[in-house]
Design a protein around this ligand. Structure first.
Ligand code: E4P
Length: 217
């Protein structure tokens, strides 16, 4: 499973990228607003760090303006994936940009039917939002499973990009289901390293290091 990092914070991207943990980046208007940076400028900076797909989201609601925005975003770098919402206008934009050879990430997906439409419209990525479904007591992971089944049934090559990931547990569950990509905030990716028995085991080893005076350097 590929790891995308869900942030527009340059330092966090650089830190994870140096460890080989970043196969791509996703942003959205809220993350861009949080960064306090100009969207074109910060997106270019991210594309200079990461060679994999970098999602940059349109902000218009109608298809003509979305397409114009998408074309402008696509000019930032070769690895831009234009992110469009899963609306009818978003699907029209997805089809037009995909036909032009631009990668498209269709976002705000909350149902298997929406994912089916995105695949038909030629999406490179579909972004089902797990956490926001869990927030309203609908099992977000079940949606990932359903989309995996549907895409495999018909050989769609749209990649399932599990999004709105809120916990390390979501990451391993997505990997078990067979999501192609999971995008998560830097804190969630780092939290994957944590285990209470690792902490306990290390404390025990350190006590023995102290007791026996073990030194390596
Ligand atoms: C990713 O593409 C989405 O923008 C992001 O994962 C949304 O996450 P949230 O529901 O935690 O805001």
């Amino acid at each position: 499973m590929k790891f995308f990092v869900d942030t527009a914070e340059i330092d966090a991207i650089k830190e994870l990228h140096a460890l080989g943990m970043v196969d791509g980046v996703t942003t959205n208007p809220s993350l861009i607003a949080k960064s306090g940076r100009d969207i074109l400028e910060v997106t270019k900076e991210i594309c200079d760090i990461v060679s994999g797909p970098v999602s940059a989201e349109v902000v218009a609601l109608d298809a003509d303006t979305m397409l114009a925005e998408g074309r402008k975003l696509a000019k930032i770098a070769d690895n831009i994936a234009v992110k469009v919402p899963l609306t009818w206008a978003g699907l029209q934009t997805c089809k037009a940009l995909s036909d032009e050879g631009t990668m498209v990430n269709v976002t705000l997906c909350f149902s298997a039917n929406q994912a089916l439409l995105a695949a038909k419209a030629g999406a490179t990525f579909i972004s089902p939002f797990i956490g926001r479904l869990d927030d309203i007591n609908i099992d977000g992971l079940e949606l990932i499973e359903d989309i995996r089944t549907i895409y495999d049934n018909y050989g769609f090559d749209t990649q399932i990009l599990a999004a709105s990931i809120r916990s390390a547990n979501h990451m391993s569950e997505c990997a078990k289901i067979g999501a192609d990509v999971a995008t998560a905030p830097p804190g969630v990716i780092k939290a994957m390293a944590n285990h209470v028995l690792t902490d306990k085991g290390l404390a025990g080893f350190m006590a023995d290091v102290e007791k026996a005076g073990i030194k390596i350097l």
